[in-house]
Write a protein that binds this ligand. Structure first.
Ligand code: 5RP
Length: 225
């Protein structure tokens, strides 16, 4: 088994009959969906992307509309990078906005990843994605460069500007010296006109399960004030 599979299987074991889930996006989550389907539990979930929704339909996992649900019991999702304090960057798969909504609706958020994704400072090895309405791409990109010293690249797919499931553009932002204060950056960028949200997840994850290919797992729990 790969580390991603090991983490996904461990998270699947946390799921109980009757739970309403938030279902993340990505290759690690794909292993989770398979593990849940194998367990044949009576569960339902809000998918965070069209990709996850399609996979749930294939695997027979019941889907929920987020607008019909007040709270979710548990969200399980991947991450691109995470710190030992459990601040994350997400959105490598472009689903950051729906992922953040679903995480905020959840009583508990569990992140599944591999140990190599743990970093002291976010944004150096993996760029931070920021979702922006297409009209504001140039304006927001310039402000991110000038005010925050970020190296900004507009995400492209098959030769054209990529679009999220929400019809928006993505700016992939590298921080050469790392993001010093993720909460401050998140708050500042989220206030810029045209920004839908950032891929910074601060105070949203409760637990990370890090899986290794030798079958072992390590966990990081968020410290509560
Ligand atoms: C998608 C995400 C994913 O959780 C993140 O990119 C990790 O993906 P993977 O499990 O494929 O490594 O945030 O928007």
């Amino acid at each position: 088994m790969t580390g991603k599979q090991v983490a996904a299987e461990a998270a699947a074991a946390l799921v109980e009959d009757g739970m309403r889930l938030g279902l993340g996006t990505g290759t690690t989550v794909d292993h989770l969906l398979v593990a849940l389907a194998v367990r044949r539990l009576d569960i339902s979930g809000v998918p965070t992307s069209e990709q996850t929704a399609a996979r749930c339909r294939e695997l027979g996992i019941a889907l929920l509309d987020p607008n019909d649900v007040e709270r979710l019991d548990l969200t399980i999702d991947g991450a691109d990078e995470l710190t030992p304090g459990l601040v994350l960057t997400k959105g490598g798969g472009g689903a950051l906005v729906r992922e953040k909504v679903v995480a905020a609706m959840s009583d508990r958020v569990v992140i599944i990843a591999t140990p190599d994704k743990v970093v002291e400072r976010l944004g150096v090895t993996f760029p931070l994605p920021i979702e922006v309405v297409p009209f504001g791409v140039g304006y927001v990109a310039r402000r991110l460069e000038h005010e925050h010293g970020l190296e900004v690249e507009v995400r492209r797919r098959n030769g054209t500007e990529a679009r999220t499931d929400n019809g928006n553009a993505l700016l992939d932002c590298r921080a050469p010296a790392g993001i010093e204060d993720p909460a401050a950056l998140d708050a500042s960028v989220a206030r810029m006109p045209g920004v839908v949200d950032t891929g910074l997840f601060v105070d949203l994850a409760d637990l990370a399960i890090l899986g290794s290919s030798d079958g072992s797992t390590r966990t990081i729990e968020r410290a509560r004030d």
